[in-house]
Design a protein around this ligand. Structure first.
Ligand code: ATP
Length: 294
């Protein structure tokens, strides 16, 4: 049974179709990034998953149940974009209160340790820094020991150091067989912290796979050389080549396999190849290509 399943889910706001026929199954134990530009439909999808919004059509299941039932069972923890803490309560009081709402919560000490809050347990929430506040929000999300953790752009307000520490904590939580779904528009974050990337644009899935597969799928590598006045004829027929562009007197060949393309360039053409460069796959290029095409 999937941890998450969306079947033909649509959500409209008036005339705006924010989510357009989403079909997605996520098996348990995976960490999946929902990657897309602003307005792609990530928050709408997550809010439907959390039962905060109803789909216009289609069906969503969490471990085979409706979102409402899965949440009532304590199966789901979430860290959303908004959410303030009560400034007068200490970190331990805040986390203690929230864990008391769940049927089978993690021990308080363990939550504080996993969110790196042990030393801040007695600090009032109103006196925390932005990064520390995020750690408390993470602690609240895992308090009920949820099998599914949902994070909507969790590191938006964090600096590089806090971000790294945050993802170490998420990985430790996920390593115990739990499922994590996070929305982001940071490509690197998706690449580094997930084992599957689902790219959405305009409410639809435009790519779904590992970051490496997504890069390969759009031919994220290029072979380029100085063309000068030579003819471009036949370049697009070379093995591996997906597209040919000419910029500033250079031929840029987008290829799925730079090794075979370079080999063919030397052996199968009579071109005078100078200034050869091979540029590595770049998820940013892949992402732009995917989200602009749709
Ligand atoms: N309450 C609302 N009323 C009307 N339109 C909305 C509402 N919420 C979202 N939308 C529209 O639905 C589309 C999807 O928005 P959504 O917030 O789900 O995108 P997102 O991928 O989460 O974007 P971001 O990365 O900016 O958070 C956008 O076109 C947005 O303008």
């Amino acid at each position: 049974m999937n941890a998450i399943s969306f079947s033909q889910v649509t959500r409209a706001y008036g005339d705006v179709l924010a989510v357009d026929g989403l079909d997605l199954g996520i098996p348990p134990g995976r960490t999946v990034a929902l990657l897309g530009p602003n307005g792609a439909g990530k928050s709408t999808s997550i809010n439907m998953l959390l039962g905060l919004l109803r789909p216009t059509s289609g069906q969503i299941k969490i471990f085979g149940e409706t979102p409402e039932r899965a949440i009532a069972r304590g199966d789901v923890g979430a860290m959303l974009q908004e959410g303030t803490l009560i400034p007068e309560l200490t970190v331990a009081e805040t986390v203690g209160f929230v864990r008391s709402l769940y049927p089978d919560p993690l021990p308080l000490d363990e939550i504080l340790r996993m969110a790196e809050l042990t030393d801040l347990a007695g600090r009032r929430a109103g006196r925390l820094s932005g990064g520390q506040t995020q750690r408390v929000r993470f602690a609240l999300a895992i308090a009920g020991a949820p099998r599914l953790l949902i994070l909507d752009e969790p590191t938006a307000a964090m600096d590089v150091e806090s971000r790294r520490a945050f993802w170490d904590n998420i990985r430790a939580y996920a390593a115990q067989g739990r499922t994590v779904l996070f929305a982001t528009h940071y490509l690197e974050e998706a690449d580094e912290n997930s084992d599957r990337v689902v790219v959405i644009a305009r409410g639809r899935i435009v790519a779904d796979g590992t970051a490496a597969e997504i890069k390969a799928g759009v031919g994220g590598q290029t072979v380029s050389f100085t063309l000068g006045t030579q003819s471009v004829a036949g370049l697009d027929a070379l093995p591996g080549v997906i597209a040919v562009e000419i910029t500033s007197g250079r031929a840029v060949l987008r290829t799925s396999d730079p090794d075979v393309t370079v080999d063919a360039l030397y052996r199968k053409t009579t071109l005078d190849v100078r200034g050869l460069e091979i540029a590595g796959a770049d998820l940013e290029d892949a992402f732009l290509a995917l989200t602009q095409e749709s």
